[in-house]
Design a protein around this ligand. Structure first.
Ligand code: NDP
Ligand SMILES: CCCCCC/C=C/C(=O)O
Length: 489
């Protein structure tokens, strides 16, 4: 049941299976973006708390520790148990997520259902991670072992708090790593409830640690720590750059990055118009536009352009904006004042650069970080809204003539996370999907993100792939073992 008055039980740091205060005693308030008021204060970790968390994670990774002695199938059972507990607490988790992030209760439930599926998917992998034998020359036996990387640091954003935690925790735990997670400062609450569930599920001491706090303190300490062997990050390109550089100047820890996007969604003349409008609407407005793979450049072929714009604007005007806990609401507030102001700034820049405002265009209401679902037509490639990640409910509709032209324009960006194409012509669809520089391409659909399928970016949208078996590979080392035999056998 949706409950904006959800009791909040966990507000401290989670280190070595205990909730503890920050060593400094400091706390910070997490705000409700619908009211702009504090929900609760949470412990504010810093370098010393990261140190304690890494020490716990390192001890949990010791050869004789219960986690390392556990059978791989035992890790799978713990992951499934955690998924069971998430299912039991789905309403509590969804309430915490919606309070802290502003997304609708229904969207939070959907995200948590996806997260549960992901834990179950990786539970299945835990005892199926294996090496191989290799036919080396000479009287030797050579085999390849796959081993967990060790202690890993994980830094996640605020747009899908539980889902991003899951994309990090589930493969790392299936692989046998131990971890220190930093949730985003805006959305620590669901991660802390997840920490409590991990203890209840039976994960041994120190395997999972959560340190709330800020990027330049907690995040930087994770990135610099010499005992952390790998860092996994989701967030902005700018912070991704800082992380890569911090990893290279500390212990050269491995890094995987899932960064931003400016993803093209291309709609051809032969598309079913209503279906295409709906795909494009959901591609940009889902999660209030706060989505790394949002279809933020809607390219529409000239034959249907005017009709498409009219219907897209009408659909945006019908989108119901309001409090996350109200029935029928499709869009809550943006996560914080910074994002809210950034989005309004982009809307202003689009008007100044000559884009035509078709719907929305301003703040919704007077309290909370609500932005009207906004649609611009006559957007051209050089405009700021066509080049930069807005991360908000702003649809930019661009016109194109030919397939070759739109391929070139779609690829004319340093991002390469996702792309979509809507057409009835299989040749057009395949030509586009082969040519577009993007880690995920969706044909006649969008945002089809499932646990089995790798997800990540080309170019500056990142490196490495989460989900699928690729997600596990991020947390594995490869060891080649060669044993001399008395004779060739
Ligand atoms: N790819 C994606 O899914 C996301 C993209 N973005 C893009 O980034 C823009 C800015 O959002 P923002 O939240 O500032 O994104 P950031 O990339 O800065 O935040 C993501 C995470 O990184 C942490 N972080 C920040 N600085 C450092 C650092 N120096 N070292 C280590 N970790 C750090 C943040 O901590 P803290 O909690 O203190 O912020 C947060 O946990 C958005 O408008 C959007 O365009 C944002 C979120 C997700
Ligand atoms: C629930 C379906 C959409 C998932 C999108 C994942 C986005 C990740 C990100 O923004 O980093």
């Amino acid at each position: 049941m949706a409950n904006p008055k959800q009791e909040i039980k966990y507000t401290k740091l989670f280190i070595n299976n205990e909730f503890v205060d920050a060593k400094s005693g400091k706390t910070f308030a997490t705000l409700n973006p619908a009211t702009e008021q504090p929900i609760v204060s949470v412990a504010e970790g810093d370098k010393d708390d990261v140190e304690a968390a890494v020490r716990a994670a390192k001890a949990a990774f010791a050869r004789s520790a219960p986690w390392r002695q556990m059978d791989a199938s035992g890790r799978g059972r713990l992951l499934n148990r955690l998924a069971d507990l998430m299912q039991r607490d789905i309403d509590t988790l969804a309430n915490l997520e919606s309070l802290d992030n502003g997304k609708t209760f229904g969207d939070s439930q959907f995200d948590i259902t996806c997260a549960i599926d992901t834990f179950r998917y990786y539970a299945g992998w835990a005892d199926k991670i294996h090496g191989s034998t290799v036919p080396s020359d000479g009287p030797v036996l050579t085999y390849i072992r796959k081993e967990p990387v060790g202690v890993v640091g994980q830094i996640i954003p605020w747009n899908y708090p539980i889902l991003m935690l899951t994309w990090k925790w589930a493969p790392a735990l299936a692989a046998g790593c131990t971890l220190v997670l930093k949730p985003a400062e805006q959305t620590p609450l669901s991660a802390l409830h997840m920490a409590a569930l991990s203890k209840e599920a039976g994960f041994p001491d120190g395997v999972i640690n959560v340190v709330n706090g800020f990027g330049p303190t907690v995040g930087a300490a994770i990135v610099a720590h010499p005992d952390i062997r790998k860092v996994a990050f989701t967030g902005s390109v700018e912070t991704g750059r800082i992380i890569l550089s911090g990893a290279s100047t500390s212990n050269l820890k491995k890094v995987s990055l899932e960064l931003g996007g400016k993803s093209p969604l291309v709609i051809f003349n032969d598309a079913d118009l209503d279906e295409a409008v709906e795909i494009a609407h959901n591609a940009i407005f889902a999660n209030h536009g706060q989505n790394c793979c949002a279809g933020s450049r809607t390219f529409v072929q000239e034959g249907i352009y005017d009709a498409f714009v009219a219907k897209a604007a009408e659909m945006a005007r019908q989108r119901k904006v309001g409090d996350a806990f109200q029935d029928g609401v499709q869009q809550g507030p943006q996560v914080d004042e910074e994002q809210f102001k950034k989005i309004l700034g982009y809307i202003e820049s689009a008007q100044a650069e000559g884009a035509q405002l078709q719907a929305g265009g301003k703040r919704a209401g007077t309290v909370g970080y609500f932005v009207e679902p906004t649609v611009f037509s006559n957007v051209t490639d050089g405009m700021k809204i066509a080049r930069e990640e807005i991360f908000g409910p702003v649809q930019s509709i661009l016109k194109f003539s030919t397939l070759d032209e739109v391929i070139e324009r779609a690829n004319s960006t340093e991002y390469g996370l996702a792309a979509g194409v809507v057409t009835k012509d299989i040749n057009t669809a395949i030509t586009f999907t082969n040519a577009v520089e993007a880690g995920s391409v969706w044909v006649n659909c969008y945002d089809y993100v499932v646990p089995t399928t790798p997800f990540g970016g080309y170019k500056q949208s990142g490196s490495g792939r989460e989900l699928g078996y690729s997600g596990i590979e991020l947390y594995l080392e490869t060891k080649s073992v060669t044993i001399k035999l008395p004779a060739k056998v």
